[in-house]
Design a protein around this ligand. Structure first.
Ligand code: 13P
Ligand code: SF4
Length: 341
């Protein structure tokens, strides 16, 4: 272990159960060595909430995840991030004012509507959703959340990920022509009222740079070069990529799929590279795991042993993550509705 790593471990021992370090699957292996829990964003936020006696939570991930830990966390807990600029560019593609404008646009077209926001969004976007009777969702439960919204007789405004929205609609058998794309940079979302009236689902034009780096050409190459390989991709990938893969699923589903793959199999994975490399190591000698394309989340990579150590030694207030009271109350409504479904 590196010298910084040894010092991190010494600090962890000194704090005992009063300190909990959470590490997202996309973090560097050298950071995850120090995590009490490794998981997807929702699992980790839940761990924060259930970590009784933990005074300080260190979230090694990106800001929206740390905010969810604040929202779902317990009394008297403080949440910190080693690198405060580690944000999710997709979460930053939907701000509260843009969402409120979109809400005015869609509701003006008539009918009843529900907002659904992906957890990869700012606390303010979740607050917008909670205020208007909607629910948050993750890539693992988006299907159930959309079923709930449609089941209540409402049309859905889904933000910020176009691709998760389209892929989930396809999973539910919603025809492509019932889905409209809302371009938040264009007046009226670039849609005319007749298009909004015809749509059952309006998806926000947001995207993840990491998952839109996967292409149809890459899938075709794998089919040619490793014909017996199974391909699984994350639902943040474009619709055409998902439809050509053998499987698609959330981070947790990808981990499970590899765990369940038969001995000798080759699994080609379309998601963040750090997770794929750890899965390849875990299953080394049993199955072969390859990246569809080496795609790294630059924001996840901002956290490293050096800034983790510096946080644990100095606890600067600038690394503390907070959500203001009014925003938190509404944002919790969206998260709690999701957890109750
Ligand atoms: P999870 O919610 O599966 O942890 O995914 C987070 C993410 O950032 C996917 O790109
Ligand atoms: Fe955001 Fe994509 Fe990075 Fe996930 S992988 S944190 S969605 S930029």
């Amino acid at each position: 272990m590196s010298a910084a790593g040894e010092r991190i471990e010494a600090i962890r021992r000194a704090w005992g159960g009063r300190l909990v370090i959470l590490g997202h699957h996309y973090q560097r292996a050298s950071v995850l060595e120090h995590a009490d829990h490794i998981g997807d964003s929702l699992e980790l936020s839940r761990k924060a909430g259930s970590a009784k006696g933990a005074e300080r939570i260190v979230f090694c991930g990106v800001r929206f995840m740390a905010e969810s830990a604040v929202l779902l966390g317990g009394e008297g807990q403080s949440v910190y991030m080693p690198e405060r600029t580690a944000g999710c560019p997709m979460a930053n593609m939907a701000d509260e004012d843009q969402l409120e404008q979109a809400w005015r646009d869609v509701t003006a077209s008539g009918g009843k509507w529900a907002p659904v926001v992906y957890v990869n969004s700012a606390a303010e976007a979740k607050a917008f959703c909670g205020r208007h009777g909607g629910s948050a969702c993750t890539s693992g439960n988006a299907k159930g959340v959309l079923e709930w919204a449609f089941g209540s007789g409402r049309k859905v405004l889904f933000a910020p990920d176009e691709h998760l929205g389209r892929n989930t609609a396809a999973d539910l058998g919603v025809p492509d022509e019932d889905v409209a794309l809302y371009d938040f940079r264009a007046p009226g979302g670039g849609l005319v009222p007749a298009e909004l009236r015809a749509a059952r689902l309006v998806v926000w034009k947001g995207f993840c740079l990491v998952h839109t780096a996967f292409t149809v050409a890459q899938i075709e190459r794998v089919r040619r070069e490793i014909p017996d390989a199974k391909i699984i991709v994350h639902p943040e990938c474009p619709r055409e990529v998902v439809s050509l893969a053998d499987e698609h699923g959330s981070t947790a589903a990808i981990v499970k799929y590899c765990d369940a793959a038969p001995d000798g199999a080759t699994v080609v994975v379309g998601t963040e590279l750090n997770l794929i490399e750890r899965l390849a190591k875990k299953h080394e000698g049993r199955i072969r795991i390859k990246a569809l394309n080496p795609s790294v989340c630059a924001n996840m990579a901002k956290t490293n042993e050096e800034n983790l150590l510096s946080l644990l030694e100095q606890w600067p207030e600038t690394c503390r993550v907070t959500v203001s009271g009014a925003v938190a109350a509404d944002a919790r409504l969206a998260l709690e509705r999701m957890l109750s479904l």
